[in-house]
Design a protein around this ligand. Sequence first.
Ligand code: SAM
Length: 325
Amino acid sequence: MAGPSRDLLADVFDEAVRNTCDVASHCKRYAISVGYWKDPYIEYFVSHPKERKAPEISRGYYARVHGVGRLLKAFLEKTKCNCQIVNLGAGMDTLFWKLKDENLLPMKYFEVDFPSVVSRKIHYIKSKPPLSKPIMESHSGETLLIDPHSLDSSRYAIIGGDLRDLPKLEEKLKKCHINPDLPTLLLAECVLIYMTTEHSTCLIKWVGGMFRSAMFINYEQVNMADRFGQIMIENLQSKQCELVGADACRSLDTQKERFLLLGWETVNALDMLKVYQSLPSEDIRRIEALEFLDEKEPFEQLMQHYCLCWAVKDSQNLGLADIIL
Ligand SMILES: C[S@@+](CC[C@H](N)C(=O)[O-])C[C@H]1O[C@@H](n2cnc3c(N)ncnc32)[C@H](O)[C@@H]1O
């Protein structure tokens, strides 16, 4: 009997990748319910997880949210919010709504994910006033455009597409009036590793060619060549989820190289243990009091296998290269 076709296998793997957005949202919702940080919007996208999550996971998410948040706020400050944000593989992320509450909205905020993930998010937005109201409040001008796989308003757009198909992605973003002249922050949190390095390289190259000034924040796995990294890969493989981009996640250097080789001007990368250790001491004291952690070592090992990498190209001399954690 013939084995499954390549297309069928690709569909199975893509479906497993799409499901990762629920895993991320469940972990965030759990950590928020314990008090690690506040997010009044996550409950509209994901139910409360049935099982508790290990404190290591919640502390890791805290460091990620805090680290990405610090870089993002520095970018908004440098550009005085006269910029765009494009959240690649946004899943059920709630950043748009939080920025709106903080009066920190960029000129326009874009999200991209697979069409089936986007249609689910649009359904939640349409059916839950706490999500739709901020979009309506920030909308001005003509009628808001909405179909099953995209929504376009003045300040928020969500687009169903495949990050591996750049011509189509560019066409859809242009339809939603993306502006190549505006400084643009690209955000990819646990996304690039799900595509081959060829695909992520093309994506990084495309971003570099599309925008005059840009910052790319990439959060994902690192040190994947060691024993711990191999176990992470095997664990996900057993759930039909291939980390096909793991090659670029061998080390902090491989994470940085792919930007530098494509002409990005400045690149920084830190493993998440360093990011955690750079948190304000009162934050560390507060979150470490929330849940008891038996042993520090497994937590530290886990944190050494994720990293935050940020790359900058700054043709408009906005001082983006000065952004540090
Ligand atoms: C682990 S989730 C992370 C979601 C979100 N960034 C977060 O941190 O909460 C990965 C997301 O990337 C999306 N994704 C992965 N590969 C993609 C592709 N080729 N095109 C569009 N979306 C993709 C998945 O559908 C999923 O929503």
